[in-house]
Write a protein that binds this ligand. Structure first.
Ligand code: FNR
Length: 394
């Protein structure tokens, strides 16, 4: 008699056919306040909803009967070739959501040959992460701190560790109004310390894995500026510099020898300004609806920004991408690639590294299938045919 034992995580992944299936699992598994941190948006959460709804307002017009027996999703992006136009966006405090943390995300990104941007607010140091995948898959997202030496130290460390792309986030001069976190007391008073995490967890056992991790701190900050230490989001948020301006971008451009992306502009003017200051690309984003509420869904700005900056500038977008069809829409509108945030975190929560790989596989296969049904076989074709393929009807 065959004894078929499939471990629960594997069974969960096999039963998950969309990222929404994994989202449901994450909602059930995480303590409420932690899930709210992951899921929530700013203010009335209108951007949060609009990001996803915006994709639904586009319609696709395929080209029939083109030979689509071979579909190629590979993309040249900022000097590297990746297997699909899908990156994993920077997210803070990953170990709080799942003990496997950033190394599991990086390993999945590396195995699929996609880029992963480590956050300044990561709970793994940027040096440690280099053991999880090749440097070509690693980008670093930078927040500019009041103490510029901390910022500069992180830039030097990212360079020394071989990170390919520096992404400066410019949408966080001040924190967003995260009502759920305030209601849960997640940030005020600062409760994200090791011991309070145990209190927050509804199921005490769940956190055992988390608290045995060597560090549950913002490791990159702790390493670059030990005096900032580790556990309080409110304290760290206070180190963000609201006086950041365009001249800071110019300075960082001089310090960073690699490719530079600015994360957070959405207007054609701001995007052009980033390019004028030496950025190689822009990432249209509203931070997944977590910063300024009612900030326009970035997908709706892609075409205008492409028109303003021309064909050669790299345009990435994130916020609301949930399916391969969404990826195709963004590319047809003029983006070179998209990034996902919450979807890979849902995968991580459901199944660690295998869960992240599962999410990547779902989106990738969906994109391939979508391209085939659209009648395009390469991303270049999708871009070139974009204007006739994607329509927005009111
Ligand atoms: C984020 N995001 C983010 N961005 C960033 O530049 N630095 C950071 O530390 C974080 N932290 C973070 C935590 C969590 C839990 C989430 C969900 C998001 C924003 C992220 O990079 C990206 O812009 C959005 O997640 C994209 O939207 P979707 O895919 O989540 O809809």
């Amino acid at each position: 008699k065959r004894n078929l034992v499939i471990n629960p995580a594997k069974r969960r992944l096999l039963a998950s056919h969309t990222v929404a299936d994994l989202e449901k699992y994450a909602r059930r598994k995480l303590p409420r306040s932690i899930f709210d941190y992951l899921q929530g948006g700013a203010g009335a959460e209108r951007s949060l909803a609009a990001n996803v709804e915006a994709f639904g307002r586009y319609s696709l017009v395929p080209r029939s009967l083109s030979d689509v027996s071979k579909v190629d999703t590979s993309v040249d992006l900022l000097g590297e070739q990746y297997d699909a136009p899908i990156g994993l966006a920077p997210t803070g405090y990953t170990r709080m959501l799942a003990p496997a943390g950033e190394p599991a995300v990086a390993a999945a990104a590396g195995a699929a040959n996609l880029p992963y941007a480590l956050s300044t607010m990561a709970t793994t140091t940027l040096e440690d992460l280099t053991t999880a995948c090749a440097p070509r898959n690693l980008w670093f997202q930078l927040y500019i701190f009041k103490d510029r030496s901390t910022t500069e130290d992180m830039i030097a460390r990212a360079d020394a560790s071989g990170y390919r792309v520096l992404e400066i986030a410019i949408d966080s001069a001040v924190g967003g109004n995260r009502v759920r976190d305030r209601r849960n007391g997640l940030t005020i008073p600062p409760q994200l310390t090791l011991s309070s995490l145990i209190d927050i967890g509804r199921k005490p056992g769940y956190w055992t894995g988390v608290v045995t991790q060597p560090s549950l701190r913002f490791d990159n900050i702790a390493k670059s500026a030990p005096e900032f230490g580790g556990g309080s989001t409110a304290y760290i948020n206070d180190q963000f510099d609201p006086s950041v301006s365009w001249s800071d971008i110019r300075k960082i451009r001089e310090l960073w020898p690699g490719k530079l992306v600015i994360k957070g502009p959405v207007s054609p003017d701001d995007a052009q300004r980033c390019v004028d200051l030496g950025a190689d690309g822009v990432q249209l984003s509203n931070h997944g609806g977590r910063q300024l509420d009612q900030l326009v869904p970035p997908v709706d700005m892609i075409a205008d920004v492409r028109k303003a900056v021309g064909e050669d500038v790299t345009i990435l977008m994130d916020s609301g991408v949930r399916t391969g069809v969404d990826v195709a829409i963004a590319l047809a509108l003029g983006a070179d690639a998209v990034m996902i945030g919450r979807p890979y975190l849902w995968g991580l929560i459901a199944g660690g590294r295998a869960g992240v790989s599962h999410v990547i596989g779902l989106l990738r296969r969906d994109l391939e299938q979508t391209m085939a049904l659209l009648g395009v076989t390469t991303l270049q074709e999708l871009r070139e045919q974009g204007p006739s393929i994607v329509r927005r009807f009111a």
